[in-house]
Write a protein of this length. Structure first.
Length: 93
């Protein structure tokens, strides 16, 4: 299994360079960027800040990677200068 081999490879690297055992991270089985029935609140806040809007239809039209990027760029504490750049790149602004 390719995933198992990759995990073992990463575990080996962590052990080699830190002398510690890698800890597993929890993976959200339903990440917010995969949701198509609503636009995440963090996105709505950020688009308002730059003077535009985001409808559910616009949200659905984005690729998974585009939705992922916007969610990451809209997180609290994230430097928001790249959010409008991403909106322009995705033809939303």
């Amino acid at each position: 299994d390719e995933i198992k081999q990759y995990q073992e490879f990463l575990d080996g690297l962590v052990r080699k360079y830190t002398g510690k055992v890698a800890t597993a991270m929890m993976v959200d089985p339903f990440p917010v960027w995969s949701e198509l029935e609503f636009v995440p609140a963090s996105i709505l806040v950020k688009v308002r800040e730059v003077g535009c809007s985001m409808s559910v239809d616009k949200w659905k039209s984005l690729t998974t990677l585009q939705r992922f990027a916007l969610v990451k760029l809209s997180r609290e504490g994230h430097e928001s200068k790249n959010f409008p750049i991403a909106l322009k790149e995705f033809a939303l602004l």
